[in-house]
Design a protein around this ligand. Sequence first.
Ligand code: UGA
Length: 432
Amino acid sequence: MTRIAVIGTGYVGLVTSACLADQGCEVTGLDRRQDLVDALELGEVPIHEAGLAPLLEAGRNSDRLRFTTSYAAALAGAEIAILCVDTPMSETGAADTSRLMSAVDSVAAAASSDLVVVIKSTAPVGTARDVHERLSRHPGRFTVVSNPEFLQQGHAVDDFRRPRRVVVGTETGEPIRELRDLYEPLGSPVITTTWETAELAKYASNAFLATKISFINEIAAICDAVGADVREVADAMGLDPRIGRSFLNAGIGYGGSCLPKDVAALVHTAREGGHDALLLSAVASVNDLLPSRTVSRLYQALGSLKGKRIALLGLAFKPETDDLRSAPSITLAAALQAEGALVTAYDPVVRSIATPGGAIEAAASALEALEGADAALLVTEWPEIVSLDWQAAAKTMRGHVLLDGRNAVSDAAIAGTGLRRIGVGVPEHTDG
Ligand code: UGA
């Protein structure tokens, strides 16, 4: 049974730990936060991620999954250490690898035998080489592998078990037995390449997804200008297999802990290499403009926003997660508060958001958040929100504006409600 230490129990680390334990490995998850480790040891599940809770429970019951704050305990007898430490965005846009590097030092200090050190954190090109050099200062034999994750929050367990591809970067581009043993049972294509190529493959993938989203948001703005419907434009484009329909949903833009940070980091990497990444800079700029464009649309519909009640429907950066990192809801709420609006909110799992204008507590239900609202702003397309009783919503609201920031509510759903649905790149629809 392969013994594995997973360093960092954020969403990538937890999903990785739980899935590997489920695969039969003996896993110890390490985190420096004692309260988190205690909670995990007690069987608590700190994040909302489909399918994770039963896997964590099964891991605990089988004794194949343990959590600790001690590097020595995590690494005792381990053949592989998988680094899942976060690499947040620094002020320059570059990914900050300081936590990752300090985890590397701790791993090296605690390792007692040969160890394969796998970097799963999204880390800039050159990180694996830096880690290799850093480890060469320590006694012991370390093999460094870049093995980026492609987990989508909300589907992360499925993505881990049935990856579309596994990318393994090594110093020479040659496969490594330990990683082959780990991933072969999944039956997915494995691309074995060099460190740098593996690292760039990860950034390029996220940057391409962000590019698709900003592209369709640009087309949505053109649709608004000429009276076309971006949903049908995307359908027509998407039927071409060279283009594909996924990630062509226009709306209020991309958020989350990955796309915004990774585009910025790649622009930074390019600049350091002497290349001005014009396209990627524009991708970020298009996305950054969307909150103010959304607020302008409310302005057009309601006049001054001072004293107006605006209900945000959905707070998480996307459905099926409770993650608020770079969530558009926060930027939007702050912008609305700055205009003097009273912001109420509802989300099926998020209980509150913090904004410079003061924290906003989520109401107990969407209808409660909508009570007396001048406008509803659909931010996250949770199925529960999309399939709301719009008749009841319209009755409880004071105004009749529904700004659908995800183009998720159909004309049929608001039939007979009197709501005025304003979308993003779709013709406006008023019913009743
Ligand atoms: C993203 C990638 O999709 C994963 O493949 C990658 O592994 C992960 O980052 C990571 O680097 O860890 P994630 O951040 O979970 O996954 O979220 P996405 O599903 O990519 O969505 C990102 C944002 O784009 C969300 O705010 C979503 O609402 C928005 N989006 C997505 C759109 O606005 N339009 C679309 O058509 C699709």
